[in-house]
Design a binder for this molecule. Structure first.
Ligand code: URA
Length: 429
């Protein structure tokens, strides 16, 4: 076997054998196959795609470059994991994990830091004073046994091939390939090895997948890969054509998640979290979908999910009092309100542009070692379709590092598409 033959086969869309895929992944991970040959193969995949069985073989080969956890033996009850393909204002893990945990299904979760327009779940949790995201695995398991869930930073030992391949994809324009995204995500999830796996594939202006059709293709492929590994697995497609909830940015999103768990927030974020939690509970055999929806709602309204969140935060060394008083979360030094210039109706938002504005305020990373400003971000005062009167606030920008908001404010404002209303805000022109 040699890399040139493998590149040529994929270039001509001739399917690779499992052994060829393992040879490529192991050779690249160990450093025997150089970046330039792996890049050529990745580009061939972007152009010709992979078959379903090649994608499964790639996922398993990547998973097997590292450890696979044995959560069943360690935790002793049914475990679940979820993955979202990411989006702007997506704080669902902070809500779903305590909801599911308080319904009796354990969620031992490894998450990433964000790269690009928003922070990852780990960045969000690190905005809680004292919260440790890197803890020994025995402590991780103990916390899950005590409260039902824990969220820690992805171990370096989980699918190390993915880290190396992802860095190369990022540098060679080969990120946007459905089989490569599938193998990247699923190799890590299968190595964590929970019994049930929910995959939330986002589509829209703020998502990796810009079309619903591509999101469905990715979702179907991920579900097949998960099932072929023996997992109870479901992939759903959800909308990211507007931010999820009203807050974008790390501490701001923790605040919104806590307020939702306090029972103060309903609407799209609440509905999405209840649906996704119910999907996980159903996969875990807790009842019919309707029964699981009722259980998830009850976990919020009874305060059980908030109590589970508080306990987990405390066991991670974090300030649990933020669950009673969100004002204890870190706050930005500078803020800037953008007002409606006239009576308008919000027709649509370019969600990615709002994410980029948030990144420029300090909430995201351009390079992987960039420091995040946990206080930075945007609070939106509208949902798409809302009518806003002249001089009413549209959004507030927050930052500790940026005191001159003019450029970012313009970018955030330009992300909105309006329809002008006549003097009476209820009447469209
Ligand atoms: N997230 C991942 O983990 N991998 C991808 O390829 C894309 C998004």
């Amino acid at each position: 076997m040699n890399p040139i033959d493998i590149i040529n086969k994929t270039k001509k869309a001739v399917p690779l054998t499992n052994e060829e895929i393992q040879y490529l992944v192991n050779g690249f991970t160990s450093g025997e196959i150089p970046d330039y040959q792996m890049s050529a193969w990745l580009m061939a995949v972007c152009i010709n795609s992979l078959t379903e069985s090649e994608t499964i073989a790639l996922t398993f080969a990547m998973r097997d470059t590292g450890i696979t956890l044995d959560l069943n033996a360690d935790i002793g009850r049914v475990t679940a994991d979820k993955h979202s393909t990411g989006g702007v204002g997506d704080k669902t893990t902070l809500i779903i994990a305590p909801v599911v945990a308080s319904c009796g299904v354990a969620m031992p979760k490894m998450s990433g830091r964000g790269l690009g327009h928003t922070g990852g779940t780990i960045d969000k949790l690190e905005s809680i004073s004292g919260y440790r995201t890197e803890i020994p695995s025995a402590e991780f398991i103990d916390i899950v046994k005590t409260t039902g869930f824990s969220v820690i930073s992805q171990s370096e030992k989980i699918a190390p091939a993915d880290k190396k391949i992802y860095a190369l994809r990022n540098a060679t324009g080969t990120v946007d390939s459905i089989p490569l995204i599938c193998a990247s995500v699923m190799s890590k999830k299968l190595a964590v090895n929970a019994d049930c796996l929910l995959l939330d594939v986002k589509w829209g202006t703020g998502a990796f997948m810009k079309t619903k059709e591509d999101a469905h293709k990715l979702a179907e492929l991920m579900e097949k890969v998960g099932k072929s590994a023996g997992k109870k697995c479901r992939a759903v497609v959800t909308d990211m054509n507007e931010p999820l909830g009203h807050c974008i940015g790390n501490a701001l999103e923790v605040r919104e998640a806590v307020e939702l768990l306090q029972g103060k927030i309903k609407g799209r974020l609440y509905d999405t979290c209840i649906e996704l939690s119910a999907d996980i509970l159903e996969l875990a055999g807790r009842g019919t979908h309707e029964e699981c929806v009722a259980m998830a709602k009850n976990a919020v309204s009874s305060g059980d999910a908030l109590r589970a969140f508080r306990k987990t935060v405390i066991l991670h060394g974090g300030d649990g009092d933020i669950c009673n008083d969100v004002e204890l979360l870190p706050k930005a030094k500078y803020s800037h309100v953008i007002y409606a210039p006239k009576d308008v109706q919000i027709i649509s938002v370019n969600t990615e542009e709002l994410g980029m504005a948030s990144l420029l305020l300090g909430a995201g990373r351009i390079a992987k070692d960039d420091e995040i400003d946990t206080t930075a971000g945007i609070v939106l005062e509208f949902s798409v379709g809302d009518k806003i009167s002249v001089d009413a606030p549209l959004m507030t920008l927050y930052s500790n590092v940026c005191s001159d908001f003019s450029e970012v404010a313009m970018r955030a404002y330009n992300a909105l598409k309006f329809r002008t209303l006549t003097s009476d805000v209820s009447t469209l022109t």
